[in-house]
Design a protein around this ligand. Structure first.
Ligand SMILES: C[S@@+](CC[C@H](N)C(=O)[O-])C[C@H]1O[C@@H](n2cnc3c(N)ncnc32)[C@H](O)[C@@H]1O
Length: 232
């Protein structure tokens, strides 16, 4: 029922989505940097109308999925125009129709504010990612600043009706589903984040580029990164 409701809500939003969300405020350079870290067979979860397809790396192999057929219909032209090879798939992020470990990279972009159960979606993402895979997330999250956090709570009271929650602890949900945070970039305060996360593996947590996933990236020139609200 919840999933049917979500599909219906996003079908209704599809018609106005580009008009409401397609502005230049979509942080193109941060997305290009983040998506440029994708390697190999890539899954984009919650593709929407494909506004982000132009930021995908040239020649990359991307399966872009969304629960809403109405969104995907609008994404078709952008898939054809993308520098990447984009294949569109209608599917539910809570029940991904892919075998274990088939993707090297999973991308989310303002997706985890919208799926009904982020922990379950992350668990599915972890399942379809290979052991040496990476998760690249461009997400807006709850702030650690009390005033901002309260503002986001109020905004969520309203935005939730159309399927979006502004106050999610997305980084913590990813950790709870078995990811370690390798890099985090503040795109806007501590509300919009570009995050790279690695699946935790039983025996080895070391990635080929040296990121261990044990905390923030040691080379980050910005110093201490924003933390997730409620984190120790
Ligand atoms: C805020 S929009 C973001 C779309 C796109 N990534 C962008 O930045 O423009 C969230 C998207 O998530 C999709 N979505 C919501 N619940 C989903 C689910 N359970 N499975 C797959 N997609 C879902 C919606 O249909 C919508 O297209």
């Amino acid at each position: 029922m919840a999933r049917l409701t979500a599909r219906g809500a996003w079908a209704r939003r599809a018609a106005l989505y580009d008009w409401l969300e397609g502005s230049d405020l979509r942080r193109a350079s941060a997305k290009k940097r983040l998506f440029g870290r994708a390697r190999g067979k890539t899954l984009l979860v919650g593709a929407g109308t494909g506004l982000d397809f132009r930021h995908l790396a040239a020649g990359s192999d991307v399966t872009a999925m969304d629960i809403s057929d109405a969104m995907l219909t609008r994404a078709r032209a952008r898939a054809a125009a993308s520098p990447a090879r984009v294949r569109l798939v209608a599917a539910d992020a809570l029940r991904l129709p892919f075998a274990d470990g088939v993707f090297e990279t999973v991308i989310t972009s303002c997706t985890m504010c919208s799926v009904p159960d982020p922990l379950r979606a992350f668990t599915e993402i972890r399942r379809v990612l290979g052991r040496s895979g990476r998760l690249l997330m461009f997400e807006h999250v709850r702030s650690t600043q009390p005033v901002l956090a309260a503002t986001l709570e109020v905004m969520t009271w309203w935005s939730r009706r159309s399927g979006t929650e502004m106050n999610r602890e997305t980084v913590m949900s990813a950790s709870a589903a078995g990811f370690r945070i390798a890099r985090i970039e503040s795109v806007f305060l501590d509300i919009i984040l570009a995050v790279e996360a690695l699946p935790t593996n039983d025996m080895f947590d070391r990635h080929e580029d040296g990121a261990t996933g044990s905390g923030w990236h040691a080379d980050d020139p910005r110093g201490a990164p924003p933390t997730c609200a409620g984190a120790a």
